[in-house]
Design a protein around this ligand. Sequence first.
Ligand code: ZN
Length: 301
Amino acid sequence: MKIGIDIGGSHIGIGLIDGSAIVDSREKNFNQEDKVQIEKTILNSIQEMIKELLEANQLSLKNVELIGIAAPGTISNGMILNAGNLNIQKFSILSEVKKYYENPLQIRNDGKCAALAEKVYGAMKDYEDCVFVNIGTGIGGAAFLGGKLLEPKRYSGFEFGHMVVEQGGRLCSCGKQGCFETYASIKALKTKVTQVLDRDSDISGKFLREELLMKNDARVKAEIAVFLKYLKTGIGNLIDIFEPEIVCLGGSFAYYEGHFVWKQFIENLREANATFNEGELPKIVAAELKNDAGMIGAVIE
Ligand SMILES: [Zn+2]
């Protein structure tokens, strides 16, 4: 049995993992107070939830082969160097967690974890040249060429969410302006739609998808159009760079498969000049493991 820890922009999830199966899991959403002391919240949650999971399943730490962490932002030497969405800088998470557990530990960027899970067990398993884009609170991802995960020596790389798609555009948590994720993340869409409707932004992804976006409201439609315009730009760029056989879209956007926003996005990618080799779009699919991919990928060695 392995333990997978998925630290997202708005929650932490911990699961007992057996291959591609989550045997049992616990989840905690971060409230405003948690976010003020985010490092402490993460470390406490890890200890509490691991204890609870092991007890509930009559296991002990001796039964745990590996503890894997999927963490947002730039990861280097066991540290989260910079995770803008959580306001974390230089957090030595691995050495902190090591204080409590003797089990083997590993940490990897969450986008890469989810990509690995989809490559090994999910939607990309039969393909060699793949691009995975995680679209949720932020935008992350990874690419495989010839079946191999591309990994730079310095930093994490593949900061898809921080490629600039609008010069001088919206200010990003990373400090740059006009980053892809400030327009095409689900968080960006949710923020804008709740803003124009004058509603609290603290709503579920399901409510956004099934209620707010379905409104026959010109302001909502205008925000969806902005989101779609930049989503096409960003994904079109990635297709041109990697020429993948398949593009797998994960994060909360994976739940949009079949939704009119998803259909419109695919249609927009087929427009003239959306991609360089137009007419020859790769397969575009939703992540099969959905939001479980981070936790499952965290323990892939
Ligand atoms: Zn950015």
